[in-house]
Design a protein around this ligand. Structure first.
Ligand code: FRU
Length: 480
């Protein structure tokens, strides 16, 4: 199945993602208004429709039947007399609690750039939107007071809003989406200290038959690359207050290029699906694309797993991505020694790689992707046994001189399970995403390789590693 874009772009420019969402033209940042409604996943996003730089914010819009094939739609929300439209969320107001959508419809809740919160509504599946005449519904509560995520909380029969307020999150509740009452705040008292919070989300996940609540937030500080990342805590939410035993920054992704991510409301199978802006404010306005700038991560299903040191968030690409798998190569039980030529002759610029390794004498092993034939350019991804880390090394990945913080190696601590490491790697024209041990950790990196960098390699150094299984699929473009 394919949906052709109704725009001039042919989605084949240098660096254009082939199976990740990106705008036909111009600038995008955060995903907004993620909601499933009447057979469609809605993806709104921060966009500046006039240039490839951040500017006065609008909500762009696309819909998908499967989270993979996206159909671009016209801009949904334009700046109004109150101001520009910054990040926020959308809900299905099925019972017209707001009084704005007789018969049921969508309500979007967003920040104006003055940090007050407004709402807009639609009764035609998000195709046309009207601003609420009583905006703002919540006045500015400080210099940084934004990015409301709203969801329905059936136990209390209330809408819940979590939003970022300086160095913490605040929670409000409402019976009708138009009048909001302060409930609690979270962060500093709990020891989760970061200088600035943005784009929080709060949602339940089941683990061993119990409901746990997860709070995620995009934060500055905490020591991750360039000072930005998505932190999370696992705890409980009673409709008023979120509590947690987590007393440290846990990271949703250890790469530099996954920020401002949030989850879909109302998915039909109740799975919790996340998508992030695949970029980093340090160099977002400088990435070397032409005509468009900014893309989203692959949508990921979130779950929880119990590890020795506590309950942790796990994530895997939505299974629908597998429908793009095309030519398949597979190997079983290979010994990979330094200089291995196992993948010689294979090429591909869009790949889904699934591998399981058994540790042996190798000190480092993994893959080189988007490699030039002469070896001068590649992105290495793999496992460093001595350090006990999954890594992505983009120091020789291609264009990198647009910002000093771009080049580098990104690592995530990961323990082998039964002496094994599994890798799932998605490679696109300007990104790599790697998931270690079935999504126990993730690393997301942008890369800007030459068109000719299309070779791949499996490598080991310091000795052999056993490759128990390897499946490599070329991926079809969603825009073809
Ligand atoms: C996060 C963010 C949000 C804000 C939006 C503005 O990337 O800074 O906090 O609402 O971008 O575009």
């Amino acid at each position: 199945m394919s949906i052709r874009a109704t725009t001039p772009s042919r989605y084949n420019e240098l660096y254009r993602p082939q199976f990740h969402f990106s705008p036909a033209t111009n600038w995008i940042n955060d995903p907004n208004g993620l909601v499933y409604y009447k057979g469609e996943y809605h993806l709104f996003f921060q966009c500046h429709p006039h240039t490839t730089l951040w500017g006065p914010m609008h909500w762009g819009h696309a819909v998908s039947p499967d989270l993979i094939h996206w159909m671009p739609l016209p801009i949904a929300l334009h700046p109004d007399p109150i101001g520009e439209i910054w990040s926020g969320s959308a809900v299905v107001d099925a019972d017209n609690s707001s009084g704005l959508v007789p018969g049921g419809g969508l309500v979007a809740i967003f920040s104006y750039h003055d940090q007050s919160q407004g709402i807009a509504y639609s009764t035609d599946n998000g195709r046309h939107w009207a601003m609420f005449s009583g905006n703002p519904v919540l006045p500015a509560g400080g210099k940084h007071f934004r990015d409301p995520k709203v969801f329905w909380h059936p136990e209390t029969g209330r809408w819940i809003m979590i939003l970022a307020a300086e160095d913490r999150a605040k929670i409000y509740s409402s019976p009708n989406l138009t009048s909001w009452t302060f409930a609690s705040e979270f962060g500093v008292e709990e020891g989760v200290r970061n200088s600035l919070w943005e784009c929080p989300d709060l949602f339940p996940l089941e683990l061993d038959g119990e409901t746990q609540w997860v709070m995620i937030a995009s934060v500055m500080g905490g020591g991750l690359h360039g000072g930005r990342g998505i932190t999370y805590c696992v705890g409980h939410f009673d409709g008023q207050r979120f509590t947690t035993e987590t007393r440290q920054n846990l990271w949703l992704d250890y790469g530099p290029d996954n920020y401002a991510g949030v989850t879909w409301n109302e998915t039909p199978d109740h799975s919790r699906v996340y998508i992030g802006w695949m970029n980093n404010w340090n160099y977002a306005n400088l990435t070397p694309t032409t005509g468009w700038r900014g893309a989203m991560t692959i949508p990921r299903v979130l779950g929880l797993r119990r590890f020795a040191d506590g309950i942790r968030l796990i994530q895997t690409p939505v299974p629908q991505v597998e429908q793009l798998r095309d030519v398949h190569h597979s190997w079983r039980n290979q010994s990979i020694v330094p200089g291995s030529g196992l993948l010689a002759g294979l090429s591909g610029k869009t790949l889904d790689i699934v591998a399981e390794f058994q540790l042996s004498r190798a000190s480092v092993f993994g893959f080189k992707v988007r490699k030039r034939a002469d070896g001068s350019q590649f992105t290495a991804l793999g496992y460093d046994v001595k350090e006990g880390v999954l890594f992505v090394d983009r120091r020789r990945s291609g264009e990198a001189n647009f910002h000093p913080l771009f080049s580098g190696i990104h690592k995530a601590a990961l323990a082998p399970e039964n002496g094994r490491i599994t890798l799932r790697i998605l490679v696109d024209w300007s990104s790599v995403e790697v998931f270690g041990n079935h999504g126990a950790v993730a690393i997301t990196d942008l890369i800007f390789p030459d068109q000719a960098a299309n070779q791949l390699e499996v490598f080991s150094s310091g000795g052999d590693v056993k490759l128990l299984s390897l499946d490599i699929y070329s991926m079809k473009s969603t825009w073809a």
